[in-house]
Design a protein around this ligand. Structure first.
Ligand code: PRP
Length: 232
């Protein structure tokens, strides 16, 4: 397990997530379609919407104080990298809204923000859905220093798609800031330029990240555990 930043608050997180173990049953598999080459990969959906689910336990993975420190450090790095220029932050709804809100207030540059929403890959074992834009940007990004802001980089399917879409719109520069990175889950060779924390393959919630639309408002990041029998 490799962790960046001050990992003192991360020690001892050893809970085996029932979500990971039961992922195919819980989330199904999905196929992913690229514009250029169609591939079919069984990808356990990270955050299926399971209405009515009750969660048994959660354990702090990253405390709010550590998050605050890393957000400030990432903002300082962005401020240095784009000294004297304007940056345009694009948050990927919904999870990134909290991270973006904190990040942009720590960046000491002329800044603007926008949001984009993309679909899930699909639902159920036979799904053949593909990533597509549900809510597009409000304005052009041509000629701008764009920083795409994600709460979590997991398989990389979403980011890979978004980078391709945004590059076509001719930004001056295009970088990625991700609060959390799960490198062990990657299916696409994409990386973030700015990473808050590299985390192990656990299902996490809080600070914008949800399970069935819950827990986004938590100030810390937690590992979530479901009851073993999956009944809630
Ligand atoms: C999450 C996250 C990323 C994506 C990353 O969004 O915000 O956009 O998944 O996963 P990937 O690397 O495997 O593609 P989610 O679909 O959970 O929606 P949300 O932000 O509204 O919770």
């Amino acid at each position: 397990m490799r962790l960046e930043g001050d990992s003192s608050s991360l020690g001892g997180v050893v809970c085996l997530s029932a979500i990971e173990r039961d992922a195919p049953a819980l989330f199904g598999a999905r196929a992913y379609d690229r514009v250029s080459d169609r591939i079919a990969i069984a990808v356990p959906r990270k955050r299926e919407r399971m209405a009515g689910t009750t969660v048994a336990a959660r354990k702090v993975l990253i405390r709010r104080t550590e998050i605050e420190k890393r957000v400030r450090a990432v903002a300082r790095q962005i401020t240095r990298d784009f000294k004297g220029e304007r940056v345009h932050l694009i948050g990927v709804l919904k999870g990134a809204c909290i991270f973006l809100s904190d990040l942009v207030r720590e960046i000491d540059l002329e800044s603007s923000i926008d949001f984009i929403a993309v679909s899930s890959y699909g639902r159920g074992k036979e799904s053949s859905g593909q990533v597509r834009v549900l809510k597009d940007l409000d304005s052009s990004i041509a000629g701008l220093n764009v920083i795409l802001v994600e709460d979590i980089l997991d398989t990389g399917l979403t980011l890979s798609y978004l980078l391709r879409v945004l590059r076509q719109r001719r930004p001056k520069t295009l970088r990625v800031a991700a609060l959390l990175d799960k490198p062990s889950r990657r299916l696409k060779p994409v990386e973030a330029n700015y990473v808050g924390f590299k985390i192990p393959n656990e299902f996490v919630v809080g600070y914008g990240l949800d399970y069935a639309e819950r827990y986004r408002n938590l100030k810390d990041v937690y590992v979530l555990q479901l009851p073993q029998d999956g009944t809630h």
